[in-house]
Design a binder for this molecule. Structure first.
Ligand code: N01
Length: 556
């Protein structure tokens, strides 16, 4: 439902520099947060660095960018009208369509009047006397808010490695996470792509169709499964529309990753080799992320994991004609799924094209960028364009760019110097009234992000309503609750194969970043239950302070 004119007027009635809540980021998290807080009658301001809504889908415009969660599930569930009326065109929505959807939501719920675009937040300082945050924007103005919500995204701080000579390169340089708004035409050009993560794996097949020569610089081979993308039929859309209440409920409560799917009942080693091959072949033919859910122990049992990894390695050998190239493309240093599995269209087959060359950066490290190309392993590769598909400073990178000062002048960067510490991923001790959406310590990037975003936004909204009803002005995670939660997050991670990979989940892709498994791997259903119980128990593990209490404490 669009906000009524009277409501909209009320939202904007706060004084220009004081808000109840400042939200940082206008992606899917920030937009829904604004919508819900308006429902409480609060004054809210979103600050967004980009010139439009959509967050990750605003920035990542590289060729082939699309979501790896199916479109009928990668969508908001909070409004039945919205989910009934929006027509997704394909099984996996392409980036332009997801961005159209984000814009549609912004218009439909009249969100834009409360979003300030082209504005970064540089600093947020907690004022202990007033229980409020003083927030400074990139245009130099300062506003005050009782609450700040970080809706900054987990994969929004694109990372350019410190390549020697990069600024001397004479050609075009692109980063997949910061792609130009106009289409880039590589026709007839010699192109180098550095990196072979999801962004590279999606863009390489399309760049290869245009480029005269494409050099792919691979340091670590990644597992990828076919997307089998297709146009959605009306019948498929109708199935979801008719069953949304049950599908969404199952996704939230019963699925570990927030994606409604068939749940495996047995382990990989419970089947004979022949049965296993048949099951993997069936999932491979079906396509998509559910490949690693063929069995229930692929993420925890190395022997089980090996059977899935071997299947994919054999597929690579079958698809790629040159045995040496196939060997290089076969991942050999991490369990399948311990890095985010990629979902592709024709990725491996692209290496059969005569204009595509794979360069093994592990054996031949990139030494430097030279004016006309790239030097690796003592050899020069002449190129006209450089595509950096080198990933992100994930989960903490965007938060770290903001100078956040909590109680007693402690900064969040100081506190997280040895790795992020949160209670439930939602708050960090020492930083009152500061909420994080899909932060470290929550299922976040291991889940269907929209499911996790909606859960966090609903929880935060209920929490703020609870505080308001009781005259509570300040809320903060306790040290004891945070310590316990951090220990639990680490303990659960250590029972899986995830920490065995040098992944961005571990912070391993950023030199000097502490290596800690950042998301909570207990599953979205379990996690939701824990969050609900904490709330039902009067926000157990959080200290709540009302104004008179605080004054009394100060004078005693
Ligand atoms: O980034 P990445 P991404 N020299 O970090 C290489 C989501 N996503 O943008 O592995 C040479 O995965 C690096 O090599 P290595 C998804 O969650 C989703 O591709 O560090 N190479 C790696 O190959 C995904 O996981 C979708 O050895 C260097 C690559 O760059 C996440 O975003 C689509 C290097 C970076 O891969 C990130 O994906 C796209 C160096 N100095 C993204 N530095 C979908 O929904 C880095 N690399 C489908």
């Amino acid at each position: 439902m669009a906000a009524s004119p009277s409501n909209a007027a009320k939202h904007r009635a706060s004084t220009a520099d004081t808000y109840d809540v400042v939200v940082i980021g206008a992606g899917f998290a920030g937009m829904y947060m604004l919508h819900r807080l308006r429902g409480l009658g609060l004054s809210v301001r979103i600050y967004e660095q980009g010139s439009g809504v959509g967050g990750t889908w605003y920035w990542n415009r590289y060729p082939g960018a699309r979501c790896d969660v199916e479109s009928m599930q990668y969508s908001y569930s909070f409004s039945d009208e919205l989910q009934q009326e929006w027509d997704w065109s394909e099984r996996y929505a392409p980036q332009p369509e997801i961005l159209r959807y984000a814009n549609h939501v912004a218009d439909r719920f009249d969100l834009r009047p409360d979003i300030q675009f082209d504005t970064r937040i540089d600093q947020a300082v907690f004022d202990e006397a007033n229980n409020s945050w003083s927030v400074t924007t990139s245009d130099g103005s300062t506003v005050t808010a009782q609450f700040v919500v970080l809706a900054t995204g987990c994969l929004s701080n694109a990372r350019t490695p410190d390549f020697k000579g990069l600024s001397d390169f004479n050609g075009e340089v692109y980063h997949t996470g910061h792609w130009p708004h106009e289409p880039v035409d590589f026709t007839g050009k010699r192109v180098a792509v550095i990196g072979t993560g999801s962004s590279a794996i999606q863009s390489i097949p399309l760049i290869a169709e245009q480029a005269s020569e494409l050099f792919v610089f691979q340091r670590t081979a990644n597992f990828s499964v076919p997307a089998r993308n297709a146009v959605l039929t009306e019948q498929e859309r109708e199935f979801f529309r008719a069953n949304y209440p049950e599908i969404r409920r199952k996704a939230r409560e019963e699925m570990r990753n927030g994606i409604y799917q068939e749940v495996p009942q047995k382990g990989a080693l419970d089947d004979t080799r022949q049965e296993r091959q048949a099951r993997y072949a069936e999932r491979w033919a079906k396509g998509g992320l559910t490949f690693t859910a063929t069995y229930n122990n692929i993420a925890i049992d190395k022997a089980a994991n090996d059977t899935a990894a071997d299947f994919v390695r054999a597929k690579i050998a079958e698809i790629v004609k040159d045995p040496e190239v196939a060997r290089l493309l076969q991942p050999d240093n991490h369990p399948i799924g311990s890095k985010r599995i990629c979902v592709d269209t024709d990725y491996y087959a692209t290496f059969n094209r005569p204009n595509v060359k794979l360069i093994d950066v592990r054996a031949n490290p990139i030494e430097q960028i030279v004016p006309h190309g790239l030097r690796a392993g003592g050899k020069d590769y002449q190129v006209d364009a450089l595509v950096l598909a080198t990933g992100f400073d994930a989960m903490t990178g965007s938060v770290a760019k903001i100078d956040i000062q909590g109680r007693a002048g402690q900064t969040l960067n100081q506190k997280w110097a040895a790795g992020p510490r949160t209670y439930l991923g939602l708050m960090s001790e020492g930083f009152p009234n500061l909420f994080i959406i899909t932060g470290p310590g929550s299922p976040s990037v291991l889940s269907n992000m929209i499911v996790s975003i909606e859960q966090h936004v609903d929880w935060i909204t209920d929490c703020i309503a609870y505080m308001r009803e009781r005259g509570v002005e300040r809320m903060e995670a306790t040290r004891a609750a945070e310590d316990k939660w951090v220990a639990h997050v680490n303990e659960v991670a250590s029972t899986t194969l995830y920490p065995q990979a040098n992944s961005w989940y571990m912070g391993a892709n950023i030199p000097g970043k502490p290596q800690i498994f950042m998301p909570y791997i207990g599953g979205v259903g379990v996690y939701r239950q824990i969050c609900n119980e904490v709330a039902a128990n009067g926000y157990e593990g959080f200290a709540m302070t009302s104004a008179p209490q605080q004054r009394a404490a100060a004078s005693s």
